[in-house]
Design a protein around this ligand. Structure first.
Ligand code: ADP
Ligand code: MG
Length: 374
């Protein structure tokens, strides 16, 4: 999606990916098949490209540092490095004056029996390399902590209190090198088994909530001296309190609907920020609901491959299908998404429910609870 946005603006794209047939390779003009830490490959890329970005936060920060010696890299290696480690990330967010969930760092130096009982029930999350709920284990009570940590191979972790969420929001911002910021409308997200299932754009928020979330996002983006597209995932608690869950230094799955729903998509904003062009207009053109399409949809009841029939979905007004061209369907693997736009939030949602019914997915559970006066 980034490649396509760059090409629309006349750029040619080179992709470095360890997998030979990744989705971007089918679209980019050039591909370098190499590991993310292959020095010769990185030097080749740095010589070829005017500017480099990443769509995946686990590219090793030293690789981005190496590229920085050759060409412009946005976001910076330093900003990406910070978001690669949940312990450092939470410390940084608090240093910006922004709240996070109650938590404790769990490392080899931690006395597990000294962890406060008030954190339980909790979730133990690996500090590094987790995504889509992977690298997370529920820990009901203090006595279960040691076994849970062993299950995660005693790697550095964060133990986080399990919170009762009223809803989850995300806010995507583009920040230019001059510090200018353009915010997309807040998005409401529904996760199933730790994986994003549905995003609704825009989330219903009061003007007070909107200014609070923008203040949080501005503190984080400015604090990182960030250049590019950044997503901040937020938890809203029953009392209206907003906590930052995590930050993603890239366009985010919850923002895919910006392709159809906004004047400039999150990918177009990344191209503009990377190339030093003025940021685009993130204004809403049409309310939208995005449904993720996971690998299980491609597997029949017996587990044998059976691609879904998308024809009835494409007959629904406002439904836009995106398939990523990934070779193998596996349960939980993101294979594509459907964005459904409509003339009103209710109509977009009603159409998205029809898409969900056809595919056999649970219907979007959009909360109307956030529309209160806080
Ligand atoms: P990932 O890196 O896999 O996205 P997250 O920390 O964002 O990991 O967790 C994935 C999802 O799990 C969240 O979006 C949320 O739905 C749920 N979750 C994570 N932490 C908590 C928590 N402390 N309390 C309640 N739910 C949580
Ligand atoms: Mg997350």
């Amino acid at each position: 999606m980034f490649c396509m946005a760059a090409q629309t603006m006349g750029y040619r794209v080179c992709v470095l990916d360890p997998a030979p047939n990744g989705p971007a390779a089918a679209i980019a003009e050039r591909q370098i098949v190499a590991k993310y830490d292959d020095k010769a490959a990185l030097e080749q890329m740095g010589a070829l490209c005017a500017a480099v970005t990443t769509e995946f936060e686990n590219v090793p920060a030293p690789s981005l540092e190496l590229l920085q010696r050759h060409c412009r890299v946005r976001p910076s290696a330093q900003a990406v490095a910070l978001t690669q480690d949940r312990i450092a990330e939470k410390r940084f967010i608090r240093s910006c004056g922004v709240d996070v969930a109650p938590h404790a760092a769990i490392t080899a130096a931690t006395a597990l029996d000294a962890i406060e009982a008030a954190l339980f029930p909790a979730i133990l999350k690996t500090a590094r390399l987790g995504y889509d709920g992977k690298g997370q284990v529920d820990v009901a009570e203090p006595s279960a902590l040691s076994a849970a940590w062993q299950q995660l191979r005693a790697t550095d972790c964060v133990l986080e209190q399990r919170l009762r969420l009223r809803r989850e929001l995300s806010v995507i911002v583009a920040r230019g090198a001059d510090g200018a910021k353009e915010y997309f409308p807040p998005i409401e997200n529904e996760h199933r088994q730790g994986i994003l299932a549905v995003s609704t754009l825009p989330a219903q928020v009061s003007s007070n909530q909107l200014s609070r979330v923008r203040d949080i996002v501005a503190r984080i983006a400015d604090g990182l001296q960030y250049v590019g597209v950044l997503c901040v995932e937020l938890f809203e608690l029953a009392d209206g309190q907003l906590l930052v869950n995590e930050i993603a230094p890239r366009p985010h799955n919850s923002g895919h609907a910006t392709i159809e729903a906004c004047v400039s998509s999150q990918f177009a904003q990344q191209v503009r920020a990377l190339s030093g062009m003025p940021l685009g207009d993130p204004a809403l053109l049409a309310p939208a609901v995005m449904l993720n399409l996971l690998g299980e949809l491609w597997l029949g009841a017996d587990g044998a491959p059976q691609p879904p029939d998308f024809e009835p979905i494409l007959a629904i007004p406002g439904a836009c299908l995106h398939l990523y061209g990934k070779g193998e369907a596996r349960p939980g693997r993101k294979m594509g998404h459907v964005t459904v736009v409509g003339p009103s939030p209710d109509i977009a949602r009603e159409r998205a429910c029809r898409v969900a019914d056809i595919l056999g997915l649970p219907r979007p559970q959009l909360s109307t609870r956030g529309a209160g006066p806080q």
